[in-house]
Ligand binder design. Structure first.
Ligand SMILES: Cc1cc2nc3c(=O)[nH]c(=O)nc-3n(C[C@H](O)[C@H](O)[C@H](O)COP(=O)(O)OP(=O)(O)OC[C@H]3O[C@@H](n4cnc5c(N)ncnc54)[C@H](O)[C@@H]3O)c2cc1C
Length: 248
């Protein structure tokens, strides 16, 4: 985990959005052009309005998953990859199949998200940067090796086909608005997936008989999975009913 905060920026034209964003959130302070350059020297002279969330952190999801698997293996817990349904298994079951659990959770829907990974040898960023925009908001997350993940769309569709030309243009235009040197970056990867979400976009732990459905993590699966896991474990261990637990 990298603990260097998140910098949220807006162009002069979208400054009102930055004020509105700051008004809806906590734990930040405003930064001007000098403050932005101090945090991100590579953006010096390019942006004048931002807010800095000092206590935020970020992870590399693929590495985090590999580390978790390794950590479990060290404790003697193995992971088998087999396709099963809850009814195929005897005893208590935790169903965390994501969108595949739609057969059991009728109001679960897929929300399409697309992302692009670029490589630039010129650009250096130290933390995730969000660029606010009324139609094409962007976040850029720096990864080792000069990689930058650009994300992510949020489209009400269960279509898993590849990144559209429209999205590619929009994400890359926003990246260009953040730093024009992205125009010379190499496209390394483009990806699409569906986020499992309930109608209110709030995750739930639903108990039905001996099955515990843990689902609806929507845009924040990596962020909130630990909290959900803690609630599920407390419920299974001593019946403690956290605020995300629903009994059918
Ligand atoms: C472009 C994009 C960007 C995102 N960015 C972020 C971010 O910055 N921060 C964040 O916190 N979240 C982010 N998310 C959201 C995050 O990816 C999801 O919230 C999370 O993946 C949901 O986790 P899950 O385990 O519930 O479901 P999934 O990740 O969908 O996992 C479900 C798993 O169940 C397995 N499975 C399905 N059916 C079966 C079966 N029958 N038997 C056995 N296994 C089965 C699947 O193979 C899969 O591995 C992003 C998502 C997208 C698409």
């Amino acid at each position: 985990m990298t603990e260097r905060g998140t910098l949220v920026l807006a162009t002069e034209r979208d400054r009102a959005d930055l004020d509105a964003f700051a008004g809806r959130t906590l734990g930040h302070h405003p930064v001007d052009g000098t403050g932005i350059a101090r945090l991100e020297p590579g953006l010096e002279g390019r942006h004048r309005h931002g807010v800095f969330f000092k206590r935020e952190a970020h992870i590399e999801p693929r590495r985090a998953l590999a580390d978790l698997v390794g950590h479990l293996a060290d404790k003697g817990v193995g992971i088998e990859q087999v396709q099963v349904r809850p009814e195929d298994v005897t005893g208590p079951v935790i169903d965390c199949r994501g969108l595949a659990a739609r057969d059991a959770l009728g109001d679960l829907r897929g929300v399409r998200g697309e992302m692009i990974v670029l490589r630039s040898r010129e650009i250096v960023l130290h933390r995730p940067i969000r660029l606010l925009h009324p139609r094409h908001p962007l976040y850029v997350v720096p990864r080792p090796g000069g990689l930058f993940m650009l994300g992510a769309t949020q489209i009400e569709s269960a279509d898993r086909s590849g990144v559209t030309a429209r999205t590619a243009v929009e994400l890359m235009s926003s990246a260009y608005a953040l730093d024009p040197r992205f125009a010379e970056a190499e496209i390394v990867e483009m990806g699409t997936d569906l986020r499992p979400a309930f109608p209110d976009n709030v995750p739930r732990i639903i108990r039905r008989g001996c099955v515990l459905h843990v689902n609806g993590l929507f845009r924040h699966g990596y962020l909130i999975a630990p909290a959900l896991a803690r609630q599920a474990a407390a419920y299974l261990a001593d019946g403690h009913k956290g605020d995300l637990i629903h009994e059918d």
